[in-house]
Design a binder for this molecule. Structure first.
Ligand code: GLA
Length: 386
């Protein structure tokens, strides 16, 4: 049992003076490419990472829900009879939001048993690696087992997304939960966010002597406020004005017409989504035909599009990307929702120390908070025990 699993078991025992029925875990994710395409019914290509949230859970003989974790002193208690999104707040909205959302996908919350849950995680919070989806997915698989719901993982991803949208209040898409639930070691999940068809595609980083370096800028971000929602609104406006259900229905051939009909800002938002969808398809094809050393230029182009057209980068992310490229990364881009969080740099293994040193030095030279740099590997999705 991992050290994290041991501490979760111990945490459960000390908070609840009982044994858990079992432990479940789910990973954070990194998105290789396909940003702000998920809520436009488009394509994404993320993978689950070797940082996980572990939950210990047991059903109770009554209707009480008790939630505890290593990151908060308090134990939050709520009756299943009072479980509505409006009654949820703070960190416990993630696990309790999942319990509520399961009720929207077939669980009969009028008859299920209450539960105790203890949560811990080594997914960094606020780094854009989906610590929240890791909690949601771990709780979703745990309750799917204990409440014997038999729900498919694609449905559990929608459960996690609904929890995030309604209980946490972040208008996010389906990517993060899908990666956390469907990921496999050494592979990424090519997901069509309209059909939810998912294909697991080997990355081949190790045989190519490549590593994926995370550069957490430590600029914090939140998707329940501000920029994320306004980008989503721009995309919806663009789709409406161009007469399609979603931007997924457009290709680069539609850009001249878009240029005639849209104001400059909306045009740039739309252009990002259209070209990013194409870059995901190109990345998957290039990876299959030529291997991972050939995808660098697509990662770079994705960053430029997010910086200039979608305008969700920040100076720290641009600095991380430019410095990593200059130090030998073969491709780099900001990853996740933007406005802070992390960049990724696909880097030859032998150059990891140099990229790390140069990025660290560039931040120090500008008086910026020191970034956190670490390598992640593609890992298996959510599972029982560890
Ligand atoms: C966040 C959201 C995802 C997705 C990305 C941007 O991570 O949770 O649904 O929209 O931003 O690609």
């Amino acid at each position: 049992m991992s050290a994290l699993a041991q501490s979760v078991r111990a945490g459960f025992e000390s908070r609840f003076a009982a044994q858990p029925a079992s432990l479940w875990s789910a990973p954070g994710r990194v998105n290789l490419i396909g940003e702000h395409t998920d809520y436009n019914d488009g394509f994404v290509f993320p993978f689950a990472i070797d940082r996980r949230t572990v939950v210990a859970m047991a059903l109770r003989p009554d209707r009480l829900l008790r939630v505890a974790s290593s990151f908060a002193e308090e134990t939050v208690e709520l009756s299943l009879d009072d479980l509505t999104p409006e009654n949820l707040a703070g960190w416990s909205a993630y696990p309790l939001g999942v319990a509520w959302a399961l009720g929207q996908f077939g669980a009969d919350l009028a008859v299920v048993a209450g539960f105790d849950v203890f949560i811990d995680s080594d997914v960094p919070i606020g780094a854009g690696l989906s610590s929240s989806a890791a909690i949601e997915s771990a709780v979703a698989v745990a309750l799917n087992d204990l409440w014997q719901l038999g729900l498919d993982r694609r449905v559990l991803a929608r459960v996690g997304q609904l929890a995030e949208n309604r209980a946490v209040g972040a208008p996010t898409g389906i990517m993060d939960q899908s990666a956390s639930l469907l990921g496999q070691a050494d592979a990424a999940v090519f997901l069509d966010c309209r059909s939810l068809d998912a294909e697991v595609i080997p990355l081949g980083f190790a045989p190519a002597d490549l590593e994926l370096l995370i550069i957490d800028t430590r600029v914090s971000h939140a998707h329940s406020t501000g920029g994320y929602a306004s980008r989503r609104a721009s995309c919806e406006l663009g789709a409406r004005m161009l007469g399609v259900a979603s931007l997924r229905d457009l290709t680069v051939n539609d850009l001249p017409r878009a240029a005639e009909l849209l104001d400059d800002e909306t045009l740039r938002r739309v252009r990002h989504v259209i070209t990013e969808n194409q870059r995901v398809l190109d990345t998957v094809r290039t990876l299959r035909e030529q291997g991972p050393t050939a995808i660098g230029a697509l990662l770079d182009a994705s960053h430029v599009s997010m910086r200039d057209d979608f305008e969700i980068s920040v100076p720290e992310l641009d600095l991380a990307v430019e410095t990593a490229r200059g130090a030998g990364a073969i491709g780099a881009r900001m990853t996740g929702g933007g406005f802070g969080g992390a960049a990724i740099a696909l880097t030859p293994r032998s150059l990891i120390p140099r990229v790390t040193a140069e990025v660290t030095a560039a931040f120090a030279a500008r008086g910026l908070t020191a970034p956190d740099l670490f390598v992640v590997h593609a890992a298996d999705g959510a599972s029982r025990a560890e």
